[in-house]
Design a protein. Structure first.
Length: 325
């Protein structure tokens, strides 16, 4: 009862209740919340700290930025949603806050679109070399179990496309990427799609910021060819999968297009089935029934794998991550 009263006390202030309502609509920084509320940054930061201490908000860092959103898990998460839902929809203060929030989201979207326009040629140039993305996406959907996917992870999410495709079937979906610019695009895309249960984080694919056994499914889509140590990426993805969890790896079959290495920073010119299967086995994954989608000149391969119960990744796979299986 004392904990409940302390949590209610943390929310029982006008500014803090406004912050809860705003953070229920997306991930926001201190500067964005300050802009919406029209209050000083130190004051807003103090309110945010109280809400985080009460486990009503989640805080996570992304480079030099800190983002806040309504708590997803824990004893206060459900209470946070109840409090937000209890705010009258016609409250004039909330209406103005949400109007300012929409202006910030539009600015985000415009900045993301501008970045994508400036760099889109790189993606279109590569996509023209292989089968249409829709064909790849349809194959991915067929390879995953029917119904609810549970908790989904997208490693190297980029613009968040895999979250858009698979997110509607997931209970919770998280995409990770090192590029802050790509994450800005992904956030705008997810907001436009209305996928509030899908989030993105800046993270290292060699050291995923999740406990072992956190996800039911994972996707590594067109990422391994950029990796210095592809086996370690697979090992880390396997670590965060639950027993029986499903991993889908999408990349190119071996090819000889050196321009992709010199002009598009590809570290590897495709992968043979045998090496992916070996790395999966070392990571405690059972890989079988590989799918090949021939293109001209690139063939896209999809390697489905399942996390075996009671199997840990070998030390060689996890050597560069420092992860514990």
């Amino acid at each position: 009862m004392d904990d409940l009263l302390a949590t209610l006390k943390a929310a029982a202030e006008t500014t803090r209740l406004r912050l809860l309502a705003l953070c229920a609509h997306g991930e926001l920084t201190v500067s964005e919340l300050t802009q919406i509320l029209g209050q000083s940054q130190p004051r807003v930061s103090r309110h945010l700290k109280l809400l985080c201490d009460a486990c009503l908000l989640d805080r996570f860092r992304e480079g030099t930025f800190a983002f806040y959103r309504l708590a997803e898990k824990g004893p206060s998460a459900e209470l946070a949603r109840v409090l937000v839902d209890a705010i009258p929809g016609d409250d004039p203060t909330l209406a103005l806050d949400l109007e300012r929030l929409e202006a910030i989201k539009r600015a985000r979207s415009e900045a993301a679109s501008s970045y994508f326009r400036e760099n889109a040629g790189r993606w279109h140039e590569i996509r023209s070399l292989h089968v249409p993305e829709r064909e790849v996406e349809e194959a991915l959907v067929r390879l995953l179990p029917d119904g609810d996917l549970g908790d989904l992870l997208d490693v190297g999410t980029g613009t968040g496309r895999m979250l858009e495709v698979l997110g509607p079937r997931a209970r919770r979906a998280v995409g990770v990427d090192q590029s802050r610019e790509m994450l800005a695009i992904a956030r705008a895309n997810l907001e436009a799609a209305g996928l509030r249960h899908c989030h993105v984080r800046q993270a290292d694919m060699y050291q995923l910021p999740f406990p072992s056994g956190s996800f039911d499914a994972a996707v590594i889509h067109q990422v391994l060819h950029f990796a210095e140590d592809p086996a370690d990426v697979l090992g880390e993805a396997a670590r965060v999968l639950r027993p029986g969890g499903r991993l889908l790896v999408v990349d190119f079959a071996p090819h000889g297009l050196e321009a992709l290495r010199s002009e598009h920073a590809h570290r590897r010119l495709g992968f043979a089935d045998g090496e992916i299967t070996l790395w999966c086995r070392q990571a405690g994954l059972d890989c079988r029934d590989v799918v090949h989608l021939p293109g001209d000149p690139l063939t896209v391969s999809i390697w489905p794998a399942t996390r075996l119960a009671g199997r840990a990744a070998s030390p060689s796979v996890l050597s560069s991550t420092g992860a514990t299986p």
